[in-house]
Every structure is written in structure tokens, then in C-alpha cells.
Design a binder for this molecule. Structure first.
Ligand SMILES: [Zn+2]
Length: 466
């Protein structure tokens, strides 16, 4: 058996997922993500580490930008094959790539102006990494597949996609290579979700796997005992209502926004909170929510029940979808308590900034964080409890209540990962998609617990699978 696997991203770091699998004269790329860590962003600008025209197909696990965000560059530089993924992933990825292209264009323009002003040059060209046009050119290549459907992706090579329970449409991908009567199953975990999350089904499990490429975002951590999210949310809403302020929630457009709506719907149905108005103030989150609505077959039992009882979390009384900037600005004039869910999730851009300006100095309002806030972002400074913040060029004292609810993580932790992979007896395991420390500690943990042969590959490593 001659199979070659190259680790071209998310290797001892979290972002830029990209793995090249070569077998039977076929070259497959599993994911093609954007590098997001500040110190690794230069890799987005480097020439691709393979000839894009020589790649036969892309297998895409899910729509997060660190898994799909370099596809427009791949296509611009000559890739012409199919991009296989679930229909929901294809639809959400289109939204994400167009948004990403727009951000790249804005970023290039901003840098150009700043460098002109400061009469200097930056480390990268002052042009977008890719444009809206590049993103649009990649859309016709998407080729939707169903979960468990067997897709022939090359001679003697089949791929099947299985629900990863991470975000809507997310997949774990099993690639089966057959040559001269011998067969090898290679599993790419993508991002592994968690059991009992709202809306989504639980992650799929496997038995017959020869090689596994496993993520390790939380490979050296155990999630805290899950807080009662409904209970915490109800307390925050009720006390903010009594104080007469607003509840402002910075949120990611995919999955997190829909989960908050899910909990709000539940609390309203159970009459545990007043019937306040809820505004989803993010065109991107609204479009993603439409994709959720069109893919009800992906919902778990509880969510399907809600839909068939006409109790959709995406259509409850009091929920408003805010599309235009004018409508968004008008929210500031509403009297009484409202909830505003807006992007970006870490407050680095988007409409959330305006709502922070209107609420952060009001002691009666609450800023509620439900997602991870990276170091250096506005969201992180607010969570860390700074007394004053700079928003849109002005400084504001932080007087609002600042709080967070944990337990929303979409990644399995160390023990959940172990439980998920326990059914297999692999020849070898590769640990990826985690900081070096996390990946190595998870690798050690797997060796101890299972006695498996485990490798934590570095960026650029090539391995022959036998
Ligand atoms: Zn992800």
C-alpha cells in the first residue's frame, strides 16, 4: 500500500487545517483553511505548498474559516476539481467565504491608507489575500454529498462523510483506499463536537479505522461541569429587566447565535423570563439561520420535535431579524429592555460596536459573553474587566454589568475525545489542530490510555501510510 499524507496546516497549531492525501495517482486535499494566529498569518500569503492544478478534489469537513478560508486562493491559482462537503456546509461556506473576502478587501484598503500616511511598507502586499470575485469563482465547484453516501473520489478511493456534531453540516471524513486487494481506512476527525448539544445530533463514532487524524483543540483540558445555561440566562435576563437596561450579546454567526435563540425560545415557552423583544442584528447570522431552517433533517430529536410542534427557536414571538443598518441604528431608540445579538463574536468589528457604545456606560445594561475571546480583542478587554475601553475611536467608561456564560464550547474535551475514538484499533494516530502543548499532551494521553502509536506532526511533515 502506498499512501502519502502531508500535514500542511493545523499541525502543532489550531488554524489553517490542510492535509494532502496521495494514493493511486490521486491527490486529495482535506480542508483548505485560513491561518488565523497572528504569528502564522504569513503562511496565507506564501505560495501554496503544492501545485493547485494537480489536486483532484477537496474534501471539506465544515464551514469554519480555519477549515475553508483559503479555498478562493486555491481556485484562483488553478484548482478545478470538485469540493465535496454536505449541502449545509456548502451553503454556509458560501456565506463565510464572501464575508471573508469582504474583510480581506477592507483590510487591504485600511493598510494601504495607513502605510501611505506613515510612509512605510508592511510585511504583506497591500492587496486583498483574495477578492469577492475570487470567492464567487470558487462557488460552482462545491459538490454537495449526504452523510454516509459513498463518494468515489478517485480510482480505488472512496470518501464518506459522517455527522461531527460540531456545527450544522460538519463532518468527519473517512477515506477508503483500495489497491491490489488491500484496503486502508483513514479517518479525518475535522472538529469533534459534543454530545447533548442543542439542535445538533451527537458526533458519529467509528470502528474500522487504520489511521486517524484527530483534532486536539481541548486535548489537554476538561470542560468545567456544564453550567445550567438556561438557569444562568434566565437570571441575567430577569435582573437586567428589573434594572431597566438592555442585554447585549456579541455572538458568532454560525451555531452560537442559533443556540442562544434555542435557549431563549425554551425560556419563553416555560415563562421563565418576561416576553421581551429579541433582535438578531447580524445579516450573516440571519443568512446562516436560514440555512438551518432549510436543513431540518440535520436536527436532533428535541429540535425536530420543536419544529413539528411549530415552536421553532427561529420564529418565536418577539424575535426580530434586523437586516439593514438603519433598522440596526433604530434599536437605540427603543425604550424598555431588549436583547440584541450581534457580531462580531469578539467585538473586533460589525454592528456590536455600536450597541456597545450605546450600552457600555449604562449600569442597568448587561454585556453577556458566550464565546471565547482571543487575547488582543475588544471583547477580551471587556471580559477582563478593564475600566475604560476604546470603541470606534472614542473612550468609554465600562459601567454596564459584564458577565459570561460558559458551556457553549463546540469542541470535545480530552475525555470526550477519548470516549469518541475508543471504538477503533488504529495502526497509527496523528494528533493535529491544537497548540503544541495541547496536541503533545493529548498524544501522550492516548499512548498511555490506549497504547497506540501516536505522532504529533509538525507543519510540512510527510508520512507514508502502509
Ligand atoms: Zn470548527
Amino acid at each position: 500500500m502506498q499512501v502519502k499524507l502531508s500535514f500542511l496546516g493545523a499541525s502543532q497549531n489550531v488554524t489553517g487545517s490542510r492535509f494532502l492525501l496521495e494514493a493511486n495517482n490521486t491527490r486529495l486535499l482535506v480542508d483548505c483553511g485560513l491561518f488565523q494566529e497572528r504569528k502564522l498569518r504569513y503562511r496565507n500569503w506564501e505560495p501554496l505548498p503544492f501545485d493547485p492544478g494537480s489536486i483532484d478534489a477537496v474534501l471539506l469537513t465544515h464551514a469554519h474559516v480555519d477549515h475553508c478560508g483559503l479555498i478562493p486562493k486555491l481556485v484562483r491559482e488553478g484548482f478545478r476539481g470538485n469540493i465535496y462537503c454536505t449541502a449545509a456546509t456548502a451553503e454556509i461556506t458560501k456565506i463565510i467565504l464572501l464575508d471573508s473576502a469582504h474583510l480581506q478587501e477592507e483590510d487591504a484598503e485600511f493598510k494601504k491608507r495607513r502605510h501611505e500616511r506613515e510612509k512605510r511598507k508592511g510585511p504583506f502586499p497591500e492587496m486583498p489575500l483574495y477578492t469577492t470575485q475570487d470567492a464567487e469563482a470558487s462557488l460552482p465547484l462545491f459538490s454537495p454529498v449526504n452523510y454516509r453516501e459513498v463518494v468515489q473520489v478517485g480510482e480505488g478511493i472512496k470518501a464518506t462523510f459522517h455527522d461531527a456534531g460540531h456545527v450544522l453540516g460538519s463532518s468527519m471524513i473517512r477515506v477508503t483506499v483500495t489497491r491490489q486487494g488491500e484496503t486502508r481506512n483513514i479517518l479525518f476527525s475535522g472538529d469533534v463536537g459534543r454530545e447533548d448539544k442543542p439542535i445538533l445530533k451527537d458526533p458519529s463514532t467509528f470502528e474500522d479505522i487504520d489511521y486517524a487524524v484527530i483534532e486536539s483543540t481541548y486535548g489537554n483540558r476538561i470542560h468545567d461541569e456544564p453550567p445550567d445555561i438556561s438557569e444562568s440566562l434566565a437570571e441575567i435576563i430577569n435582573s437586567t429587566w428589573r434594572a431597566g437596561g438592555n442585554i447585549i450579546i456579541p455572538s458568532f454567526a454560525l451555531q452560537r447565535a442559533q443556540e442562544i435563540l434555542y435557549y431563549m425560545n425554551e425560556l419563553l415557552m416555560e415563562n421563565r423570563i418576561p416576553h421581551l423583544m429579541v433582535f438578531l442584528d447580524s445579516p450573516m447570522a440571519i443568512r446562516v439561520t436560514e440555512v438551518f431552517n432549510q436543513h431540518r433533517e440535520l436536527f436532533d430529536k428535541e429540535m425536530s420535535q420543536l419544529m413539528s410542534d411549530k415552536n421553532s427557536p427561529f420564529d418565536f414571538s418577539g424575535l426580530n431579524m434586523v437586516r439593514t443598518a438603519e433598522e440596526s441604528k433604530a434599536l437605540n431608540h427603543i425604550k424598555g429592555t431588549i436583547m440584541i445579538i450581534a457580531g462580531s463574536g469578539m467585538c473586533t468589528g460589525g454592528r456590536i460596536k455600536h450597541h456597545l457604545v450605546s450600552n457600555i456606560t449604562r449600569p442597568e445594561s448587561t454585556i453577556l459573553f458566550i464565546g471565547y475571546q482571543a487575547v488582543g480583542t475588544l471583547g477580551r478587554s471587556i471580559v477582563d474587566g478593564v475600566k475604560k475601553v476604546r470603541i470606534l475611536g472614542r473612550r468609554y467608561p465600562v459601567r454596564a454589568r459584564v458577565t459570561r456564560i460558559g458551556g457553549f464550547s463546540a469542541h470535545a474535551d480530552r475525555d470526550e475525545l477519548l470516549r469518541w475514538i475508543s471504538g477503533v484499533t488504529p495502526r497509527r494516530v496523528f494528533v493535529v489542530h491544537g497548540e503544541t502543548k495541547s496536541a503533545k499532551e493529548f498524544g501522550r494521553f492516548l499512548r498511555q490510555e490506549k497504547g497506540w502509536k501516536v505522532t504529533v506532526p509538525e507543519y510540512g511533515t510527510e508520512v507514508a501510510l502502509e
